[in-house]
Design a protein around this ligand. Structure first.
Ligand code: ARG
Length: 270
């Protein structure tokens, strides 16, 4: 009888342990086939906020896909790295890197001096800028016109930083959302006058949601931004590997191939 009790307890412990390992169930493994030497070197847990088409999004099948996913997968193939993509909320994404829950972030993350204090970025793999989305009948014509208006942003993004600069970080007129699509979706419902976010993501949303009837406004006062892949500060070995892979795919045409798959033209051609 005592033995049976022990077995039940042991079985329960095994089940609990298995359950603990399960919180990564939305994970997705892509392996770099590399040079075919068959030696998977490193399995990297990759954080991405997959609500950011076309850079990262969840397909109907549940798979995470997008430009960023293809770029990092191509790098992994060159460098024989194994990847495990994990959908990671933007608001906790940098913390997840700090505390080791993620080894790498690729999430259309803009390289900024402030972020460089806390983490390391690869070379730029994409150039972006902010763009303003407004209802098609809006009279807003420029960034400066946002003064006195209600503006939606994704919390802690460079869009948030830009709007905070204009309206003041504590302004009641800034409405912060957990994701950029939610901000855009809520623009009409919540009486917001404009949303400021990365240009390509706004254009993609407008293209995919013609019924929303939004238009976009470009403003020269927005900085040029560069996206980098992120690793923990001081992880120079991984940083060098990623930079080496990035250089290779830029060199061998793989980058251009992925770029035209998503954007229909080669980088640099307008
Ligand atoms: N590029 C902007 C930034 O770094 C926004 C990135 C948001 N990315 C995402 N996957 N939600 O702040």
């Amino acid at each position: 009888k005592g033995k049976l009790g022990f077995l039940v307890v042991a079985l329960l412990l095994v089940l609990v342990a298995a359950g603990c390992g399960q919180d990564s169930s939305d994970g997705q493994t892509g392996s770099g086939e590399g040079n075919g030497s068959g030696e998977a070197t490193q399995k990297l847990v990759v954080g991405t906020d997959a609500a950011y088409a076309p850079f990262e999004y969840v397909e109907p099948s549940g798979d995470i896909a997008g430009f960023d996913i293809d770029i990092l997968s191509a790098i992994a193939e060159e460098e024989n790295l194994e990847l495990d993509f994990q959908n990671t909320a933007w608001e906790g994404i940098f913390l997840a890197l700090q505390n080791g829950e993620r080894d790498v972030l690729i999430s259309a993350v803009t390289i900024t001096e402030e972020r460089q204090q806390d983490m390391d970025f690869t070379d730029s793999y994409f150039e972006a800028t902010q763009l303003i989305a407004v209802p098609a009948d809006s009279d807003i014509e420029s960034f400066a016109d946002l003064e006195g208006k209600k503006v939606g942003v994704q919390t802690g993004t460079t869009g948030d930083i830009a709007v905070s600069g204009l309206l003041g970080a504590t302004s009641n007129d800034i409405n912060r959302y957990e994701s950029t699509p939610v901000a855009l979706m809520e623009m009409v419902n919540q009486g917001i006058d404009a949303v400021v976010a990365d240009n390509v993501v706004i254009l993609e949303y407008i293209k995919n949601n013609p019924d929303a009837n939004f238009k976009s406004i470009h403003d020269d006062s927005f900085d040029v931004e560069n996206y980098g892949i992120v690793v923990k500060k001081g992880n120079t070995e991984l940083l060098d590997t990623l930079n080496s892979g990035l250089a290779k795919i830029k060199e061998n045409g793989k980058y251009d191939e992925i770029y035209s798959k998503y954007f229909g033209e080669e980088p640099g051609e307008e």
